[in-house]
Design a protein around this ligand. Structure first.
Ligand SMILES: NC(=O)C1=CN([C@@H]2O[C@H](COP(=O)(O)OP(=O)(O)OC[C@H]3O[C@@H](n4cnc5c(N)ncnc54)[C@H](OP(=O)(O)O)[C@@H]3O)[C@@H](O)[C@H]2O)C=CC1
Ligand SMILES: O=C(CO)COP(=O)(O)O
Length: 320
């Protein structure tokens, strides 16, 4: 909708014929964006072939568990001129690979790739509310092309060249949003929420540095920006999962009630796999992983965090 509003001929592909018909015929996505009038210029189709014909840019926005299969389907249909960007947040479930690694393997090293990420609830973007996010790519020209398509009167698209850091931020904030949701659901107060956000940012920074990433990416829209949004905004599905668990709901009931993708359910495992592989302690992310697996209750998770030894806030500088 955003790109179509910027006068780019835009074709949305979806697999649900009824949803596609509602968008194409009625200008509305009744399940995911009810009541929001989509631009008349936005086309929709169930044919990936039709969606990709003549495309100059492909933007993938499926959940992380569907990322690889979607790239596999689009790879043979992608016009040679079209680079591939994605707004998906997470890792490849099971392998923990970064999505830019999956994309490079499936599409080949010569295809321009970009990560679109930052604090951007879909509903607010669709409503035309002011939003700022960031596009990261190793290909500067493609990065500018993606940012230009998104940038407009109500949308600021920044650019960068740290795909790894940008993807790590988008993935980790979903896990940390569950933690603040749990704390708020348990009624632990505003101090606890601010403490979790700040120490959560510290977990992002430490893992990113262990992976060889740049701290400024995590201090920007891809990290801190999205962390604050998702840890405080009740539009976040990951935060809502935490809220429900903190109030005593079961995971199954909470997920059913939310009715949309909750990326942390997969990402928490992959974040901890990455952290363990690099010998990095992430007590908040680990607590979320264990609560999501049901091996620890929210109260036990809290007790575990509070019982940790006192230590320096920054044992060593993160900024060199
Ligand atoms: N919503 C948001 O505010 C933001 C979301 N993101 C990220 O975007 C990604 C998608 O999230 P979001 O759109 O919100 O999730 P939703 O749960 O709202 O929607 C998921 C969409 O992906 C489709 N889908 C799921 N699996 C497949 C598949 N195998 N093949 C094709 N289509 C599939 C669904 O189709 P169907 O209805 O047929 O199941 C549906 O249209 C996530 O990684 C999320 O973190 C990033 C920024 C903001
Ligand atoms: O990524 C998002 C906003 O930037 C959406 O967050 P949730 O997936 O938690 O709803």
């Amino acid at each position: 909708a955003l790109i179509a509003r910027h006068d780019h001929p835009t074709v949305l592909w979806g697999r649900d014929a009824a949803a596609v018909a509602a968008i194409e015929g009625g200008g509305e996505n009744p399940r995911y964006l009810p009541g929001i009038v989509l631009p008349g210029a936005l086309r929709a189709t169930t044919s990936l072939h039709e969606a990709l014909a003549d495309a100059e840019l492909v933007l993938v926005v499926v959940p992380s568990h569907a990322f690889a299969e979607t790239l596999r389907a689009l790879a043979p249909l992608r016009p040679p001129q079209a680079g591939v960007a994605w707004a998906t947040k997470g890792f490849e479930p099971g392998s923990g690979r970064f999505l830019h690694e999956v994309a490079a393997e499936m599409l080949g090293d010569e295809v321009p790739l970009a990560v679109v990420t930052g604090p951007s609830f879909a509903k607010e973007v669709a409503e035309g509310l002011p939003t700022a996010l960031t596009v990261h790519s190793d290909d500067a020209a493609f990065c500018r092309q993606v940012a230009d398509a998104l940038h407009g009167p109500a949308f600021r698209a920044y650019t960068g060249n740290d795909m790894r850091g940008a993807e790590l931020g988008g993935a980790m904030k979903n896990v940390l949003a569950v933690a603040t949701g749990v704390a708020d659901g348990m009624g632990l107060g505003l101090n606890a929420r601010a403490g979790l956000i700040t120490r959560g940012l510290n977990e992002m920074l430490r893992l990113n540095i262990a992976l060889g990433g740049r701290p400024e990416t995590l201090m920007g829209l891809a990290g801190l920006g999205d962390l604050v949004l998702t840890c405080t905004g009740d539009l976040s599905r990951n935060r809502r999962l935490g809220l429900a668990l903190g109030r005593g709901a079961t995971i199954a009931d909470a997920v059913r009630e939310i009715g949309q993708v909750v990326e942390s359910l997969q990402t928490a495992d992959e974040v901890m796999r990455l952290a363990n592989a690099h010998g990095i302690e992430l007590p908040i992310a680990e607590g979320v992983r264990d609560v999501l697996h049901g091996t620890v209750t929210p109260a036990e998770g809290l007790a575990r965090l509070m019982a940790r030894e006192r230590k320096a806030e920054y044992p060593q500088s993160l900024f060199g």
